[in-house]
Design a protein around this ligand. Sequence first.
Ligand code: SF4
Length: 694
Amino acid sequence: HYPHLFEPLDLGFTTLKNRVVMGSMHTGLEDRFYNYGKLAAYFAERAKGGAAMMITGGISPNREGWLLPAGGTMNSKMDVRNHQKITKAAHKYDSKMIMQILHSGRYGYHPFVVSASPIKSPISPFKPRKMSIKNIEQTVNDFARSARLAKQAGYDGVEIMGSEGYLLNQFLSRHVNKRTDDYGGDIHNRMKFAVDVVKAVRAEAGEDFIILFRLSVIDLVTDGNIMDEVITVAKALEAAGVTIINTGIGWHEARVPTIVTSVPRAAFVDFTSEIKKHVSIPVMAANRINMPDTAENIIASGQADLVQMARPFLADPNWVNKAKNGEVDRINTCIACNQACLDHTFENKRSTCLVNPQACYETELVYKKVKKPKNVAVIGGGVAGMSAAHVAALRGHNVTLFEAKDILGGQFNYAKVIPGKEEFFETIRYYINELAHLGVEVKLNTKVDKALLEAGNFHHVIVATGVVPRCLKGKLEGTDLPQVMSYAELLSGQKSVGNTVAVIGAGGIGFDVSEYLTANHGQALDELGAEVLKDPTYRPKAQSVSEWREEWGVTADPDYQTEGGLIETGDITPVRQVYLIQRTKGRLGSGLNKTSGWVHRAHVKSHGVIQVSGAQYEKITNEGIWITNNQGQSQLLRVDSVVVCAGQESVVELMPNVGDAPDAQYHLIGGAKLAAELDAKRAIRDGAEVAAGI
Ligand code: SF4
């Protein structure tokens, strides 16, 4: 399986056993010394799972370089001892361990921030101080000292973070570097700092030490570099002693999405490939690579020598071994939702993974094998129920999963048909295959009642009956009209809409529905036929890389001469006219997730969705929907159809009443427990935690 992916790579003084590298990912565990045991367990799992090489989250070379106050550093003997836990864990399973040295520059979230020029970034409240030449030289030494200490701690190498808009990238690009001394001006001056760092690290750490440099191959910001400049830097880095060039895509402040789920798979590989033509050291591709076919194609086609994935290793620590053994259908695919990893980082919380709650909790959420298997009924085949059934079966229990519909997946079945959310199919596929593999008895089309449960002789009953969309019947006149429907009726193909549509409710689902109704890629369910969605092997056609680039204004030319690789965005013709309405005043979508909400807001804007806030709903008639607008005036929005996305209600009928004394122990999880906002992250974790404890 995947012969190119599993061909070793000889680096001269050492060999990587395959081409799959776990990229750097800030988990939050790096920042506190008492969490290094947990961090070691996290890396041990991924090493055991077959990763050839792994890179830590960003570790700062000094205080100015902190990402957060008192962030992880490598500048003392104490640090060396802590990091040894990590290197030992990786080496036990024959994986190379690399420490990333990250100086955040003006992206740091603390008052000591520095940069090439004193220009505040749009994503940090702290204005940086301009670095003096002495300060730059000292920082070069700090990088070198960190690398030396990393070597002492047993690391096989370091990665120098030079992309995503961090300090060295701030020097490399005119976007921030306005200096007029030896470190500013043309690209030869702007790259001096980065090249000096590499030379100093090589001199300090010796020849038999891997140095990766994460190079921004496309900045995606104004005044960013052109490809000729990126190539000039790559060649200089090679000459200075870099072993492998890794890919960085876009600055964190870029207004082009680079890793969210709507970015097509492998959307940026041609930029890496362009670099490869000009250097003789290995190059590594990155961003939205999450499945073996994509990874194999990149290596087989010669576009890159290695692939880097970060989030897919959170989702499935055994990704590599599963690919090697041809068990691709059993990979728990990263759906690029960011909800439990990057969103957590921005909230200053420990990362984990929506589809794998064990990630970063390896020593805390443990699925122990049971000595005495019990009979477990799980009612509801949404993600909460599937997660509970999965973990209970993993532990050795006898599990029966009941689902009233003819399809597993629950609310994920609605999410998966949204253009740009095609990855959600993979989670359903994963669970279906795992449950079959573990011998879970899945009973579809089965409405459970108390009699059925009693007859089943269950020790535990896990109620994961989920939610139903909130209906406005009785609350809003006209909801009985045939052109009014719930999001569930629309997204399951039961009902279809006309050319003008009002969407009631601008939460996550209201945005999803608006995107579904306006996107000019993806296939509408009424053409497709909802039946096809029941096939676990079916995948809708995702947006192509070229369509996506045109929509977001990213150059199609890998040898781009436009600064930052940005171009004018293409004209978009929305499929329908949509009004997205909310009752609360203020900006729509302000409650969406930190790292992906802006992408959804940009989508509805570019697709001409008319956003209405502060509206009171009056009635729905055959003319459209009457509202009182935020000026207090009555207004008719002429629409053919109305889609209601006004929240959900829990379904809990099967929970015993107070005073009942059922034989089985009952547990309530997921949306059935709390419907306030649909939260797949909590649902999957709930299921896993309950099943881990029975
Ligand atoms: Fe991927 Fe979402 Fe898990 Fe992050 S939380 S690793 S994006 S599936």
